[in-house]
Design a protein around this ligand. Structure first.
Ligand SMILES: NC(=O)C1=CN([C@@H]2O[C@H](COP(=O)(O)OP(=O)(O)OC[C@H]3O[C@@H](n4cnc5c(N)ncnc54)[C@H](O)[C@@H]3O)[C@@H](O)[C@H]2O)C=CC1
Ligand SMILES: O=C(O)[C@@H]1CCC=N1
Length: 261
């Protein structure tokens, strides 16, 4: 993989591009991007150092590996326009729902396809990069692409049938955690903590709690029990969250994604 081209330069593409370039895995000069609003693309090109392209065709001609990072509903039109040009290239798609099977309806094996479900913490190298096991990349090329994505987070391989639920939890999940940060910051502000201090304290608390679970491998219930002193304050908060059905709310949020038409 010498040159990398993004189709779409929105939130997810920017997180990946920033992570890839800042980690030193790819030189900014080897990254290209196309998005329909050229002025906006130019602004991002200045910010991240990639080369902006005026058309999809110009982008595909310039690169060896294409990262499909526009909205899922836009992909059909993109493929109608430049599908033929993708023959002989590697196509890494991060669009929800566009898995290997779906691309097989459009391409024969001359387009080498890999579906990856990333998440926005890639921007700070703390992402989760889910690789669909079924793919048609060449072995060495896949190892290189995995290595690239490993620069922005952990890489996990999942069978096709688990990519949907995996992506629901890790791809959408950052937004749910952000709601949690916002909610607890509002509570802290209510009791007098300045807002920016509140965000700093709460985000670090979440980061630390996640790290503690990852590094100890402890069951979350055990870690929760370690915070709840008998007759203490935490157990009162836990009881209140249980009354609000916190775990059920989490499960229902994923049901809502899985049942989306
Ligand atoms: N935002 C996230 O956290 C995650 C997003 N994804 C996937 O990434 C993809 C992009 O999502 P976001 O970055 O959030 O969306 P976004 O709306 O921020 O970005 C979409 C980009 O596509 C461009 N675009 C629009 N029409 C186009 C066309 N016809 N041809 C080429 N580019 C076009 C837009 O100008 C924009 O740059 C989606 O398919 C989504 O499923 C996957 C995992 C996480
Ligand atoms: O909301 C979305 O459609 C995308 C897919 C995963 C995260 N964001």
């Amino acid at each position: 993989m010498d040159k990398l081209g993004f189709i779409g330069m929105g939130n997810m593409a920017q997180a990946l591009c920033a992570g890839f370039v800042n980690s030193g895995k790819v030189a900014a000069g080897d990254v290209y991007a196309y998005a329909p609003h050229y002025d906006k693309l130019l602004g991002n090109a200045e910010k991240y150092g990639f080369t902006p392209c005026r058309s999809l065709s110009e982008l595909v001609d310039a690169v060896d590996t294409v990262i499909m990072a526009c909205k899922p509903y836009q992909i059909n039109d993109v493929l109608v326009e430049i599908g033929e040009k993708l023959h002989g290239k590697a196509l890494v798609s991060v669009a929800a729902g566009w898995d290997f099977k779906k691309y097989s309806e459009y391409f024969d094996s001359s387009v080498r396809v890999q579906f990856v479900m990333p998440n926005t913490p890639a921007m700070v190298y703390e992402g989760v990069m889910l690789f669909e096991a079924q793919n048609s990349l060449e072995e060495e090329e896949r190892a290189q692409i995995k290595d690239l994505f490993a620069a922005v987070g952990i890489v996990e391989e999942l069978p096709s049938n688990l990519m949907g639920i995996g992506g629901a939890v890790t791809g959408c999940g950052p937004a749910f955690v952000d709601l949690f940060i916002e909610g607890y910051a509002d509570a802290a502000v209510k009791y007098g903590v300045p807002r920016q201090t509140a965000y700093r304290l709460i985000s670090q608390m979440i980061l630390g709690s996640a790290k503690l679970q990852l590094e100890t491998g402890e069951h979350p219930g055990v870690l929760k029990d370690n915070v709840c002193s008998p007759s203490g304050t935490t157990i009162c908060g836990v009881a209140s969250l249980e009354e609000s059905g916190i775990r059920s709310a989490c499960i229902k949020s994923i049901d809502a994604i899985m049942n989306k038409k």
